[in-house]
Design a protein around this ligand. Structure first.
Ligand code: FPP
Ligand code: MG
Ligand code: MG
Length: 438
């Protein structure tokens, strides 16, 4: 890379990998069904921020600076991440159910000039047709594949999320549920997860498989926590001290009661304790729905690089802090942005009944808001009252401050890595998560 490039765009140090990302993903998601191809490639066609792959690639590059002598974990497998000879896959066909091959090509594949015969069945490609994996940058093929996998998981979750959130737009276009129906959006998300799982298995690294599988489960758990602030419990009532921490842990018994965790203040508990519990619930949910993927992809990148345990743990913490910062900023932008600015519906959380950081900060100052939060702002005027309270008590500014703290922690985690252009780019990325407007 010419030096001037690095100054104008610090991310250009992985631009080679980033520009191949969509093409590689396209080769992983081809199916024999033309409509499925259209739905599952839909969100990849509109340029997303690709934050997660960018983290994988930059972190992988930054980890290269660690001297060979300081690596203990060895990823003993070879670099074959694409093909297992014993895996037959579905038969390659030139026509399926009367469609010509042209009908079957996914739009993404067309964009990237991928051969339909290959994309129809990515699992049955002969070895010699595989794109040669070049070692530019020293980023390992498995780390590049990891970048593709995490974007696939993320995109699957967005397809599902837009169904759940009744969203009508994403990335400046109609969301998948609107463009194709709920059913197809859900199925395409499942399909992406299935293909991601194949790619995960082929990394042939049990720890990484475990990390990524856990993250898929965590996304669902986070979404479930958000869905209704619901907890599964065998207890008949809301825990009587109103503290989220005392909600009974899963007992392994079949839950007999599904009830909502309410933030309404039981008289016996002081307000501050209640607000603390709600923040704890919010942060745990935020970890599961956003920071889990970022922390575990960071850890996986480090595991694949052969880094020592303390470095691996530090990368994990980096991803965790960055992910928390990222989602807290997202929740803040919901209050401050317009639909056009963020390419999706804004001012949506309160209408969805969601109590995120800005309103929790306002609640701390005005206990009566607890009732509105508990009834999910569903009575006339609730949303307006809540919005005004957020303004009055600087909910947005306090939320920004909270995000800033996680940003600082993420930067501290990065400082453990040896200095490099890649580390500088990660620092820039971390800071820009805080200052982003979309
Ligand atoms: C966006 O949040 C959504 C997520 C971060 C995760 C959604 C997870 C699921 C729907 C669980 C299913 C998971 C898989 C892997 C299929 P948001 O709604 O706050 O943000 P938005 O404004 O971008 O919609
Ligand atoms: Mg959502
Ligand atoms: Mg959403």
């Amino acid at each position: 890379q010419p030096k001037s490039d690095k100054f104008s765009d610090p991310f250009s140090i992985v631009s080679h990998e980033m520009s191949n990302l969509a093409k590689s993903i396209a080769s992983l998601i081809g199916s024999g069904h033309p409509t499925l191809n259209r739905v599952s490639s839909y969100y990849f066609e509109a340029e997303g921020k690709n934050v997660r792959p960018l983290i994988v690639l930059l972190l992988s590059k930054a980890l290269l600076k660690i001297p060979e002598s300081e690596r203990t974990r060895i990823d003993i497998d070879d670099q074959d991440v694409t093909e297992q000879p014993h895996y037959k896959g579905t038969p390659t066909k030139t026509s399926v159910a009367g469609n010509t091959v042209d009908d079957l090509i996914s739009p993404l594949a067309v964009l990237h000039g991928i051969n339909p015969r290959v994309i129809l069945d990515p699992l049955s490609k002969p070895m010699d047709q595989l794109p040669q994996i070049d070692a530019i940058n020293g980023i390992l093929p498995k780390q590049r594949r990891l970048a593709e996998i995490v974007e696939m998981i993320h995109t699957a979750s967005l397809l599902h999320d837009d169904v759940i959130d009744l969203s009508d737009a994403r990335r400046g276009r109609p969301s998948g549920n609107i463009a194709f129906t709920n059913k197809m959006a859900v199925l395409a998300g499942d399909f992406l997860l299935g293909r991601a799982s194949v790619a995960i298995a082929r990394l042939r690294n049990p720890e990484v498989i475990e990390l990524l599988s856990t993250t898929i489960a965590n996304l669902v758990e986070g979404e479930f926590m958000q869905l209704k602030n619901t907890v599964m419990s065998t207890e008949p009532t809301i825990n009587n001290d109103g503290d989220a921490k005392t909600v009974p842990e899963a007992t392994g018994k079949v839950p007999t009661v599904l009830h909502e965790y309410s933030v309404a203040t039981p008289k016996s508990v002081d307000h501050a304790t209640n607000v603390d519990a709600a923040f704890e619930y919010y942060l745990h949910k935020t970890y599961l729905k956003t920071a889990s993927l970022m922390s575990k992809l960071s850890r996986a990148a480090a595991v694949l690089s052969g880094a020592q345990d303390d470095v691996v743990e530090n990368c994990y913490q980096f991803g965790r802090n960055l992910g928390l910062c990222f989602q807290i900023v997202d929740d803040m932008l919901d209050y401050t942005s317009s639909d056009d600015a963020i390419g999706k519906p804004s001012q949506a959380d309160l209408k969805l009944g969601l109590a995120t950081a800005p309103i929790l900060f306002a609640w701390r100052e005005r206990p009566e808001l607890g009732e509105l939060i508990a009834r999910k702002f569903k009575e006339d005027g609730d949303v307006e009252i809540a919005r005004r309270a957020v303004q009055q008590f600087d909910g947005v500014e306090k939320t920004r401050q909270m995000a800033r703290e996680y940003c600082h922690r993420a930067l501290e985690n990065l400082s453990v890595l040896p200095p490099s252009d890649a580390r500088s780019a990660l620092e820039l990325l971390t800071n820009s998560v805080l200052t982003r407007s979309k």
